[in-house]
Design a protein. Structure first.
Length: 225
């Protein structure tokens, strides 16, 4: 931690553990540190179980042991989550590079975005104010050596009209391996508690939905003529 800083300055915590059996020990140490300031620190936190860290290629290797195989899948998902931090840099190109060429993408807006170019367009046109995304508990299931699915939670942080707020979303991915590299083929995100969405975010969704309806009505009218 930087000189002169304490737990109150912490805005995000990312922890990698090799054995979830040590989770109670980690939580005790974490809570003790958070409670070292008043009020207790409450940063966004991500906890991921891994066997080891991979490089940019993060190749996936099958293990004969079932537990090791599960850890290998978590390694892949954790690496993609790490690279998804391009969201905090507002870097649409870097985010789109994590997706397959023929990807399908449902984000916070009502439209379905298709292909990598569509994913990039989504991030380029996302309303301003988002500051980061912190992944929470995530689980992965292998379908075959070239295909897996993952599901978990992610907390988005944002600032609108001078006020900070956070959004808890459910997020699921279908991951495919092509030419030795894992990509997101299907992405689906939805708010865990839609009724708790800030008014500005709900307004964004309503505006996007209205634009889509207008486009549909216009297209129908042209067709009828």
């Amino acid at each position: 931690m930087a000189a002169g800083c304490n737990a109150a300055n912490l805005v995000k915590l990312t922890v990698f553990v090799r054995d979830m059996g040590n989770l109670p020990l980690y939580r005790r140490a974490r809570n003790r540190f958070f409670a070292s300031v008043t009020p207790p620190a409450a940063p966004g936190a991500t906890l991921v179980e891994v066997s080891r860290l991979f490089g940019e290629e993060f190749p996936y290797r099958r293990r004969s042991d079932r537990r090791s195989g599960r850890l290998a899948m978590n390694d892949v998902v954790a690496e993609i989550q790490r690279r998804w931090e391009a969201f905090a840099r507002a870097d649409p190109g870097a985010l789109a590079s994590l997706y397959a060429e023929d990807a399908l993408f449902f984000g916070s807006m009502p439209d379905l975005y298709r292909q990598r170019s569509g994913v990039q367009h989504y991030f380029e046109t996302l309303p301003s104010g988002y500051e980061g995304a912190a992944f929470g508990e995530t689980h992965a299931v292998e379908i075959n050596p070239e295909l897996m699915i993952s599901a978990g939670f992610v907390t988005f942080t944002a600032k609108r009209d001078g006020e900070h707020f956070s959004l808890l979303y459910r997020m699921s991915w279908t991951l495919v391996r092509s030419r030795g590299e894992w990509k997101i083929s299907s992405h689906h995100a939805s708010p865990k508690n839609p009724a708790e969405l800030p008014a500005s975010v709900a307004a964004d969704m309503i505006s996007a939905r209205s634009e889509r309806l207008v486009r549909g009505v216009t297209a129908t009218a042209r067709h009828e003529r």
